[in-house]
Design a protein around this ligand. Structure first.
Ligand code: PHE
Length: 341
């Protein structure tokens, strides 16, 4: 029996140590130590032994049981560790592998300048309002003192949407003036940015779609000095304190007197070059005192109130701000150009 026990011990230890799965270990435990196991089978024969042999074999059997129990526990622990190590190795993150670059977009230069401009006007107490791009000829022209027969109303200049010419793509943001004066009572102080459309051929300074910012101030005692002061502060805040602008007399049907405002050429600083067509100045906006006919048409008492208005070309403003010499670059969406801003 001693021999039997020693054989069980030897073969059991060997198989336990080579077990690779937790499930195998469990069946080994049953095979050797279970109720119907090998060890129990041996112990069942104890009755055949002599009184002297019995305690000796009993001790040996217990020692074998303990040894096998321990061996199973040890092997089970080893298997657990190995499984954990394998898991860690499989899940390892190599922080030295170069990442996949994520291309993050950014604002278009036009949007950047538009936001700057809006901030400056908000800082001066203006409200931002929006107007429709599809407009009635009545608002775009007639109510802006631009009657039938005016050259701006020619089908060669304007995109009409109806045969009778009553609906069009607005040619300027000025109709917003009328919308605002219909809805608000003075004091009015608004700017309105947006797209406008004209039948222009594309070149370095023209596009059939471009952007304007309309400005309108109506209150008691507003004069041309308020217009000049407002625009001077705006231009200096946008382009820097030293920026030179000039006011030229001009004509718009809906302002009287009217002017155009030029900013010194960014390319040649006034010397004259290709960008400013040799003039040294670049036209930036049209402006003037709101024509009494326009005010009265919106029910505003011209004995009490006066106002000024202006319309800034946003593309020109952007070109001046970033020294861009061709308008087409703004709309081509070439990443080599856009990524510079
Ligand atoms: N709407 C004019 C234009 O498009 C600009 C302007 C706006 C002029 C407001 C005077 C007052 O040229």
């Amino acid at each position: 029996m001693r021999k039997q026990l020693e054989e069980i011990q030897k073969s059991a230890l060997e198989t336990i140590r080579s077990a690779n799965l937790a499930a195998d270990l469990e069946s080994l435990r049953v095979k050797y130590l279970g109720k119907k196991g090998a060890l129990t089978a041996v112990l069942k024969q104890m009755g055949k032994l002599s009184a002297e042999e019995r305690p000796v074999i009993g001790q040996l059997a217990n020692a074998v049981r303990e040894e096998l129990t321990e061996a199973i526990a040890r092997q089970s622990k080893l298997l657990e560790q190995a499984a954990m190590e394998a898991k860690l190795a499989a899940e390892v993150v190599d922080v030295t592998i170069p990442g996949t670059p994520v291309t993050v977009g950014h604002r278009h230069p036009m949007s950047l300048v538009l936001e700057e401009a809006e901030d400056i006007f908000i800082g001066m107490g203006f409200q931002i309002v929006e107007g429709p791009e599809v407009e009635l000829a009545d608002y775009n022209f007639t109510r802006l003192n631009t009657p039938e027969g005016h050259p701006a109303r020619d089908w060669q200049d304007t995109f009409y949407l109806t045969e009778d010419g009553s609906v069009l793509l607005r040619t300027q943001t000025s109709p917003v003036q009328v919308h605002v004066m219909e809805q608000q009572k003075p004091p009015i102080r608004i700017v309105s940015p947006g797209r406008v459309y004209r039948k222009d051929e594309v070149d370095a300074t023209h596009s059939p779609m471009f952007h304007q910012i309309e400005g309108l101030v109506v209150d008691k005692g507003i004069t041309m000095a308020d217009l000049k002061g407002t625009l001077e502060v705006f231009v200096q805040r946008l382009y820097g304190a030293g920026t030179k602008i000039r006011f030229r007399p001009h004509h718009f049907p809906f302002t009287e007197p009217s002017c155009e405002v030029d900013v010194q050429c960014f390319e040649c600083q006034g010397a004259g070059c290709r960008v400013c067509k040799g003039e040294g100045w670049i036209e930036l906006l049209g402006a003037g005192m709101v024509h009494p006919k326009v005010l009265e048409g919106c029910g505003i008492d011209t004995d009490l109130y006066s106002g000024f208005a202006f319309g800034i070309g946003v593309e020109r403003m952007t070109m001046r701000r970033f020294s861009i010499s061709d308008l087409r670059l703004i709309f081509e969406n070439d990443m080599r150009f856009l990524s510079q801003f």
